[in-house]
Ligand binder design. Structure first.
Ligand code: ADE
Length: 235
């Protein structure tokens, strides 16, 4: 996977990468990453990239010209161009998995806290939000996408680790425990100490369903549950 991140703040991206799983993926040649400074694509004095909005109103708006030129400098026929914005589709594990599987070049344009000229959307394939809150810029959303895609690419972390992730099959992960067996009277469930693999597997599947039902009922489609599963949830 090749990533091109188009940003006004290259340092933010670099500082995260220097400490993360992304760094390992780069070292193992599982990914390529280029960080493109949008300011390199303006012809205006003082590297200007934003301007007042037509019609009046507070705040500076990211201009088309530098952003579109930055996109065009890296885009190929097979690129997918994502723009980070609170108005986009909400990012989730399915997006991460699908992009990891289908794309070979992702361009992420980091939005600007005051907004961007709407005509930039003509050069973008999809707008993505990471949640219903407003951040000061698109760099954190870009890093979140980069991280969540990279960890599901083949060979980056072990396949078992991410197959057990929350949101695989739309279920949360099952609870896990380590030493000690008794922490201040809170005991590790007996089944996990039994060495009985089939029972452990069944318990974990049940716990996934119970955890999802209790914590994220919105993820469960009850019409698709079996009688046994409904019984487990005491429905
Ligand atoms: N830019 C500002 N807020 C954002 C959000 N929630 N998601 C993506 N980009 C953003």
């Amino acid at each position: 996977m090749r990533y091109s991140i188009l940003t006004l703040f290259p340092g933010m991206i670099k500082s995260y990468i220097s400490e993360s799983i992304i760094k390992k993926a780069l070292e193992k040649n599982k990914i390529e990453l280029e960080i493109v400074d949008i300011r390199n694509f303006t012809n205006l004095a003082q590297n200007q990239v934003d301007d007042y909005q037509f019609g009046g109103g507070k705040g500076m708006v990211l201009m088309c010209d530098p952003v579109v030129k930055a996109i065009e400098s890296v885009r190929t026929d097979s690129s997918l161009v994502i723009l980070t914005t609170p108005q986009g589709k909400t990012w989730n594990q399915n997006f991460a998995r699908e992009i990891a599987r289908k794309q070979n070049h992702l361009i992420i344009v980091c939005g600007h806290y005051e907004g961007f000229d709407e005509r930039i959307l003509n050069y973008v394939d999809i707008e993505i939000s990471i949640g219903d809150y407003v951040l000061t810029g698109g760099e954190l959303p870009a890093l979140i996408m980069l991280d969540s895609i990279t960890r599901v690419l083949p060979g980056v972390i072990s396949r078992e680790s991410h197959q057990q992730d929350s949101f695989e099959n739309n279920l949360l992960d099952y609870p896990v425990y380590t030493q000690p067996r008794d922490f201040r009277g809170h005991n590790v469930p007996e089944v996990l100490l039994s060495g009985h693999h089939a029972n452990i597997k069944q318990w974990r599947e049940q716990q996934q369903l119970i955890a999802t039902f209790n914590k994220r009922p919105d993820l469960i489609d009850e019409s698709k549950l079996s009688k046994v599963q409904l019984e487990l949830l005491k429905k």
